[in-house]
Design a protein around this ligand. Structure first.
Ligand code: ADP
Length: 356
């Protein structure tokens, strides 16, 4: 399967200050180049670990479309960054035996970008559009008839002599990925035959991913060490893979042992200030503010954002989902509220005592 990629803007700038976050789930600048030939990326349903419900649904759809010899229905994948939306799209193309074209909404700003993409397709190809909620209205309107009737409606000429021309295009599958399904326009949402959510991974699945990745780079890792790494990966394979690379670097410099043990993991991640639950300084400032200044809440999102000097959308989409996932935070009608387990963890790893 060939992959044609034109993703332009996939980096991790989690806050207004433009700082990259080590445990952020978006790609770091240094990872963008690597991501094109990501050696950790699973290539089949079998290699794609975890997300069993999602896999079941998609395996059936893929088998059915292969049996019928038709293009797979358009598919929307949604969920936080780094959970495997791009990977799953590429797995599907591989399983279907078709070419995948990978792009993102910011690369499809002009109508001619979409036209160029659709007009050169071979039958049954898969087009992956990341951040599809960011497509502008004109691009969306070009996509609607293409998705529904395999038709591109183009305006030819200018002014009073302009007219509409329809071009037939081959059957294809659009896989749209988004971290914000609520921001997708409803006509766009309606055109996806299948819509599936990716959830944060549990520790067991993350451990399997860590062992697989370690194996791929010939790294020996103890059971306990892979368990520790899984606990600190924030439910996200991208972060798990990033931690493995950093632990390997650390071990090459500081360890004489050929096997990564739990001590190496602890020492390496202390250096990167990632605590036992995968929290970093951003999470701790967020929790600290709620605990120390607002007695645990409830506090409104805008108040928190202003006090932290962060954008509220960043807090909502980047910082809070994982804190909620591990039961550290509740979003209530009256504002954000920390849980007793978060307070306990915060006190043990408080700002003066970031050690793990
Ligand atoms: P997204 O598109 O959701 O941001 P990606 O598909 O780019 O996430 O996945 C991030 C990285 O995590 C990939 O490079 C891939 O190597 C790894 N990965 C994702 N999902 C899995 C999985 N289920 N099993 C193993 N590795 C995975």
């Amino acid at each position: 399967m060939a992959i044609v990629s034109s993703i332009t803007n996939h980096s991790c700038l989690p806050n207004d200050k433009g700082e990259e976050r080590f445990v952020g789930s978006r790609l770091l600048k240094e990872e963008i180049k690597l991501s094109k030939q990501d050696s950790f990326r699973p290539k089949s349903f079998k290699e794609f670990l975890g997300q069993s419900e999602l896999k079941k649904v998609l395996e059936i759809s893929v088998k059915a479309s292969l049996t019928r010899g038709e293009a797979l229905d358009h598919l929307m994948l949604y969920g936080p960054p780094g959970l495997g939306k791009t990977t799953m799209a590429l797995v599907i193309a591989e399983e279907l035996g078709v070419k995948a074209r990978v792009t993102s909404a910011p690369a499809l700003e002009r109508p001619r970008d979409i036209v160029g993409l659709l007009i050169n397709m071979q039958p049954r190809e898969l087009i992956f559009v990341d951040e599809i909620h960011r497509l502008n209205r004109i691009s969306q309107e070009l996509l609607y008839p293409a998705m529904e009737d395999r038709r591109l409606d183009l305006t030819v000429g200018k002014g009073s002599s302009s007219r509409m021309r329809s071009i037939e295009i081959p059957p294809f599958t659009l896989v749209g990925a988004t971290t914000k399904p609520g921001s997708l326009s409803s006509p766009m949402r309606d055109r996806f035959g299948i819509s599936q959510r990716l959830d944060f991974y549990n520790y067991l699945d993350l451990e399997k991913i860590i062992k697989r990745s370690a194996n791929l780079i010939n790294l020996s890792i103890s059971e306990e060490a892979s368990h520790q790494l899984a606990r600190r990966s924030r439910g996200t394979p991208r972060i798990a893979n990033r931690l493995i690379r950093r632990v390997r670097d650390y071990a090459e410099v500081h360890s004489s042992s050929s096997i990564i043990d739990v001590q190496v993991v602890n020492d390496a991640l202390e250096l990167y200030r990632v605590d036992q639950r995968g929290l970093d300084a951003t999470d701790r400032s967020y929790l600290g503010l709620l605990i120390n200044q607002y007695e645990g809440g409830p506090v409104g999102l805008e108040t928190l954002a202003a006090a932290l000097g962060e954008d509220s959308t960043t807090l909502e989409t980047v910082v809070e989902p994982y804190l909620m996932q591990i039961g550290f935070l509740q979003r209530t009608a009256r504002g954000r509220l920390v849980t007793p387990v978060a307070e306990k963890h915060y006190l043990l790893t408080s700002p003066n005592k970031i050690e793990i």
